[in-house]
Design a protein around this ligand. Sequence first.
Ligand code: FUB
Length: 465
Amino acid sequence: MRAILLAAAITLLAGALPASAANPIITSVYTADPAPLVVGNTMYIYAGRDEAASGEQNFLMREWRVLSSTDAATWTDHGAKASIGTFRWAGADAWASEVEPRNGKYYWYTSVNGNGPGWMDIGVAVGDSPLGPFTDAKGGPLISDSTPNSSGLNIDPTVFTDDDGQAYLYWGSYWGARAAKLKPNMIELDGPVVTPQGLDNFWEAPFMFKRNGLYYMIYAANDTGGCVTSSSYACQRYATATSPMGPWTHRGVVLGQVSSTTNHAGVAQFNGQWYMVYHNAQASGGGNFRRSVAVDLLHFNADGTMQRVVQTAAGPPPNPGGGGGGNLALSATASTSYVSSWENLSAVNNGVTPSSSADRSNLVYGNWPEQGTQWLEYTWPSAKPINRSAVYWFDDDQGIDLPASCRLQYWTGSAYADLPGSCGTAANTFNTSTFPTVSTTRLRLNITARTGLSTGVLEWQAFAA
Ligand code: FUB
């Protein structure tokens, strides 16, 4: 008992509260406006804190907190790492924020109510680590109502740095999205404020990221044409572009209405899996001004469009990665002995987590009408240290069934060698097998069908040791 109390005391002294592995991810305080950032093997979420009393009809927000996880399922609250007091020129309203790394520093862009003319401003704090400590980086607002062509409400910054090092700031509310380039110092605009085109029904809360060379912008919209049941609520629509300043092409709704009126979200890839972080009013005693951060899986289709996020109470399963190495299948080239012409080999490593072995909502790989033993193989241009595989079988209850058996092999450089252990043939789950680390450019999955049947795979993962 004393040991347990001591451990609890040490945790409290360290200022970090362990949390549960379900949605909402933190229930000790109300948290809102989450923005994710992955650094190494940790996902951080930067979030505001809702302090409004029960029944109050206004935001009371005075600080920004940092949450972190190494498996995207169990979260630690590190407490407030910035607050209104971080900015001497500000006086209220610690609204939505986002952190962007650059040159070993972490720039925290915040919506905050300055003491000067106008209402909301965007400030920048900077720290040497994802947990700070953070101090005001500029000594005044980066964006205010006096910035030429600024938004009707200057809140909700999102900063994205492209591969060439150019950083972009998007922000805005009241249907007024705005964008500007940032100088390399990250605290000054580099050129005029522009009004991005193509963000259909934009209301507020932009969040920008890039995947496979395509730029994505998710943002809150509040139209009743497929977004929400009442315009006091919001959904997350999204648009894509081939250039960071647009023009953007609207693609649809990626997160439907949530239980709070506001809807604010961010996206991150972590250990090979994509996630959406957002907020809702689901915590006990929660409400529109007492919101809580939730995390759920985000899936992409083969054409780069996003599936609508399924909001869950359970949250995502733990994803500790392969010793921090992540799912190497995502960077592998897949090949096979046979794929049915109406099905897709690319299904096996498109990063999807199926909901069951009958899940046809994404691409599927199947080899009907071939029988006997068929194979799938991953190839990498250079050798990878691999010690874990996980395969999710496809079963269409027709010609494709769970396999009778399977066997993993790796390429030694001159021949295929068996990996020890069974690779598992269970339905509705990832069949995980671990083995002593091999360094190889090819991993092969041999699949032997049941008599008279063929086999299929929804997803096959391979993890780095
Ligand atoms: O939390 C205050 C404001 O509500 C945010 O800045 C908006 O995005 C909305 O979530």
